[in-house]
Design a protein around this ligand. Structure first.
Ligand code: ADP
Ligand code: MG
Ligand code: MG
Length: 877
């Protein structure tokens, strides 16, 4: 089948076959823009070139020659003609944009004879030899694989000899002398001469461009940008226009809008009397495109017109390459311009306002994963001189502070008003107070779903995890990276969006919800079907959540309230209690604290639903680690008699830690299991909830209360606890002023058995909330806290799993359980409310899944709400 297409034969829809560059050159040719004529060898031709491995096939070469003939008659020139030679460029062009990753050769068709023809035809000898020396350089480099610096060395010697610094100041005689020198260089390094035969030049150039698909920078670029390796590149052969023919010539690149701010203004650079790569090569400093207005007013006006037209045509910001030959403008390439997250939003909103695209189009264009960067502080990149270590980008945002290696030092220092970054080998729940007061967190071990990462994301705090190059010495209070030592108190800056740990204090840039972003979010709200709620554990987070558009709290983890420094001792007292009375005393102290939190949350959410989950983790999480207790004992060994009491207490603690010890705590005594065996804990929580609710009602706050029971696996667990909740509620409300507190009781669905028996559970539940963290953990049988460090990364690297299932919801297994639970729940109770509250609630693919499955809401950390709102709208479009 046909492998070569003239520019006049293709169009933008043929991108897969012609590559992006070829398809758009064709589209522009069709719409009458000034594009130098040419033709494209298809990506299919490239793939079969690789498949056969025998060089260019006869059929491809035959089609190429016929296309070349048409081009010759079009231009009235002949390729290789000694009098009036046609020159062409041979340009790579892949399906997905890979700017600058593959090769292009200019001025093909020159040799010792044709250079004279070009010189006479144009009357510019210097120009002709400039083209020739460029061809020798590029051909030597790209086709024959000779490192560019060999040519530059020779070129520099010539410049020195002539006493000039700029390429364009080298004289005609200088250039003429360079030609044989470059040829000798080619012979010496490539073991063959430069082909004088122009058809051989063409054949070799085509093969080189095909092969540049597999050069290492292209391969790396594809890997980073997830571009498939089996697309291949097209080859565009295009008649040359010359920006290097004098002062009325030039070449440049423009964006139709500012790619870093999104502002609607022509943005770009150009060079007078230059060709192709000169603009990016950096040898001469290009001029801002605005000054073309003065230098070549007519060309500028036309460029503005073309830019507008291309943007209208493609309905997106364009990145355009142009060349001016003797005052005439030529367009050599257009594509959708790359842009940062900030300008992507601004551009999308402006395009809607200018009537170019619809609101839906604008929303579809937002890459939600980039939004993360917008909503957090960033670092001033210009100030980054050095990077200490790179870990996983676990929680976006940037922070600077003095480094500390212990949670308690973090607390001390922060109380003194210092900014601290907490660095730990790994984090455990005990570090949470340290995390709370730190600007950011660094860990040496642990992945994107490690405890530190989850907690940090929940708080919107920057976190870099799994920085394996960092070795922390807790005793010496220092860390080493290679031979470098960073001591406690030294300043570091971390960037949780890129995973970088940077020495020193780097200035930060504030995050902001710009006017454009809030406009876009409003459009999203009017389109999406899924509601969005936030996971928030305290009044402050609830407030933030509301600002980011939460329509309720989907998960309030009551245990996080237990970790604060004033409460933890009371919680420990409760756990250590020898009997019910003693426990009751501790619970009595906890009750008002919890009640105050709940009042605060209800107050913030006034009228929006608040889902409160009863205590979930195993009790041992609230006690110190045995190792630390033993260490304290060691220290006390040398202490005088009066420390006896303290030692006793520690021994008691150790006994308790032992008695609570479980081999498999995540499958152990936690959630509703704990609540059933120790009913007084849940009773206290429920009492605090209803006291808070009725106080709020008295104050005129509207309360929409949802109580959630965690870890149910059998319907009897829910029946038991629901009865308890109803009883306590009745009791509290009777004590009060008799005002009704409406409430719902629901359950987490996070144990696979609960999902499977959802039809039995539904009669006793007003709502299901899918706890996809535990559900994933138990469905896969992967321990969330261990899997990443052990085999999960390996699995992902070797493509055994498509994704980390703790980040992207597994639609086939875990998803099937969710679908089943929703369907069977609704068949029993059609009005049952369903939502998701795991980490997945803030992930785009998972949000799409929730939309498809017909859930009512997703709940995620407050800082991911904007992302969730947009993703939910995208899912609905
Ligand atoms: P890349 O994909 O690296 O941008 P291109 O194929 O776009 O490579 O070529 C780079 C530059 O070479 C173009 O921007 C243009 O300035 C110049 N160029 C390519 N083809 C021609 C041509 N036919 N006439 C004049 N300049 C050309
Ligand atoms: Mg280009
Ligand atoms: Mg859970």
């Amino acid at each position: 089948s046909k492998q070569v297409f003239g520019f006049q034969e293709g169009n933008a829809q043929m991108k897969d076959l012609l590559g992006g560059k070829g398809a758009h050159l064709a589209e522009m040719t069709r719409s009458g823009l000034p594009v130098p004529p040419g033709f494209t060898l298809s990506t299919a031709a490239c793939l079969s070139y690789f498949k056969t491995g025998n060089g260019l096939s006869d059929s491809l070469w035959g089609e190429t020659l016929s296309a070349l003939e048409r081009l010759e008659s079009d231009r009235g020139q002949r390729f290789g003609d000694p009098i009036n030679p046609l020159l062409v460029s041979v340009r790579s062009g892949s399906v997905s944009s890979m700017p600058g990753m593959m090769d292009t050769i200019l001025n093909l068709g020159l040799n010792d004879q044709t250079v004279q023809g070009l010189s006479q035809q144009t009357g510019h000898a210097r120009f002709a030899y400039d083209c020739y020396r460029r061809l020798l350089q590029m051909f030597g480099n790209v086709v024959l694989g000779i490192s560019g610096h060999h040519f530059e060395k020779i070129f520099n010697q010539m410049k020195q000899k002539e006493g000039v610094t700029q390429d364009q100041d080298v004289s005609l005689e200088g250039l003429q002398q360079l030609i044989p020198e470059f040829k000798r260089c080619i012979q010496a390094h490539a073991g063959r001469g430069f082909p004088e035969d122009v058809h051989e030049q063409l054949r070799l150039a085509i093969e080189a461009v095909f092969q540049s698909w597999n050069n290492s920078r292209a391969q790396i670029y594809r890997k980073i940008n997830r571009i498939p390796d089996n697309q291949g590149t097209a080859v565009n052969i295009q008649s040359m226009v010359f920006g290097n023919m004098g002062m009325d010539c030039g070449t440049g690149v423009v964006f139709t809008r500012n790619p870093s701010t999104g502002a609607s203004e022509l943005f770009g650079e150009y060079l007078i009397n230059a060709q192709g790569e000169d603009v990016v090569a950096g040898a001469r400093t290009p001029q801002p495109v605005a000054s073309l207005h003065n230098e070549m007013p007519e060309v500028y006006e036309e460029l503005v017109r073309v830019a507008k037209r291309l943007e209208q045509h493609y309905k997106d910001m364009q990145d355009i390459e142009f060349t001016v030959e003797k005052g005439r403008l030529y367009i050599l390439q257009t594509r959708n311009g790359k842009r940062n997250a900030q300008s992507a939003v601004t551009i999308a909103v402006n395009l809607v306002k200018e009537g170019i695209i619809s609101k839906e189009d604008a929303l579809q264009r937002i890459e939600v994963s980039h939004l993360d960067r917008l909503l957090h502080r960033g670092i001033d990149e210009m100030e980054v001189k050095e990077v200490l270590a790179i870990g996983l980008p676990a929680s976006p945002g940037a922070a600077a502070g003095q480094i500390v290696f212990h949670a308690d030092v973090a607390m001390e220092w922060s109380q003194e008003g210092k900014k601290v970054i907490l660095a730990r080998p790994e984090t455990t729940p005990e570090d949470i107070q340290g995390v709370l007061v730190s600007e950011g967190i660094v860990t040496c071990r642990g992945g994107m779903t490690s405890h530190a990462a989850v907690v940090a994301r929940g708080m919107g705090k920057p976190c870099v995890c799994g920085c394996e190059d960092i070795k922390i010495d807790e005793e010496l209070k220092q860390m080493t990276v290679g031979s470098r030592i960073v001591r406690e108190g030294d300043w570091v800056t971390i960037d949780g969006a890129s995973g970088r740990v940077i020495p020193g204090e780097i200035p930060l840039r504030e995050a902001e919800i710009t006017e454009e972003l809030s406009e876009l979010l409003e459009w999203a709200d009017s389109i999406r079907k899924l509601k969005v709620r936030a996971n928030a554990d305290n009044p402050h987070d609830a407030k933030v959540a509301k600002q980011f558009g939460a329509q309720g709290i989907g998960l309030c983890r009551t245990e996080h309230m237990f970790f604060s420094p004033t409460r933890l001792p009371v919680v420990q007292q409760m756990i250590l209690a020898e009997d019910i009375e003693e426990r009751a005393l501790a619970l009595d102290q906890l009750l008002p604290m919890q009640q105050a939190d709940f009042e605060g949350m209800f107050g913030e959410m006034n009228g929006l639903p608040v889902t409160i989950r009863l205590l979930d983790p195993p009790l041992h999480e609230f006690l110190p680690k045995e190792k630390e207790l033993q260490k304290k004992l060691e220290e006390l060994k040398l202490a005088p008699e009066e420390k006896e009491e303290e030692k006793k207490a520690i021994h008691a603690l150790i006994r308790k830690v032992h008695s609570l010890e479980e081999t498999n705590p995540m499958l152990g005594q936690r959630g509703c299991r704990l609540g059933i065996v120790y009913p007084e804990i849940y009773e206290m929580q429920v009492e605090a909830i209803f006291r808070a609710a009725s106080r709020c009602l008295d104050r005129g706050v509207e309360v929409k209360l949802e109580i959630m029971v965690p870890l149910v696996g059998h319907v009897n667990e829910l029946i038991t606890l629901r009865k308890m909740i109803d009883t306590v509620a009745k009791q509290i409300l009777e004590e009060g002023n008799g005002k009704e507190v409406p409430y719902q009781v629901g359950t987490m669905i996070e144990v696979p058995r609960a999902a499977l028996t959802a039809g039995q559970i539904a009669p006793y539940a007003d709502f299901f909330s899918f706890g996809t963290n535990d559900l994933t953990q138990m469905t896969y049988g992967y321990s969330r806290d261990d899997a990443e460090g052990k085999f999960l990364t390996h699995y992902q690297d070797h493509k055994i799993l498509p994704n980390n299932p703790f980040q992207v919801l597994d639609p086939d297994g875990v998803g099937l359980l969710i679908e089943w639970a929703v369907t069977s729940g609704k068949s029993v109770k059609p009005a049952i409310k369903t939502g998701i509250c795991g980490e997945h609630g803030g992930d785009k693919d998972s949000i799409f899944f929730c939309h498809r499955t017909g859930l009512d809401y997703v709940s995620c950390s407050p800082f991911r709400l904007p992302l969730a709102r947009i993703a939910a709208a995208q899912a609905a479009i």
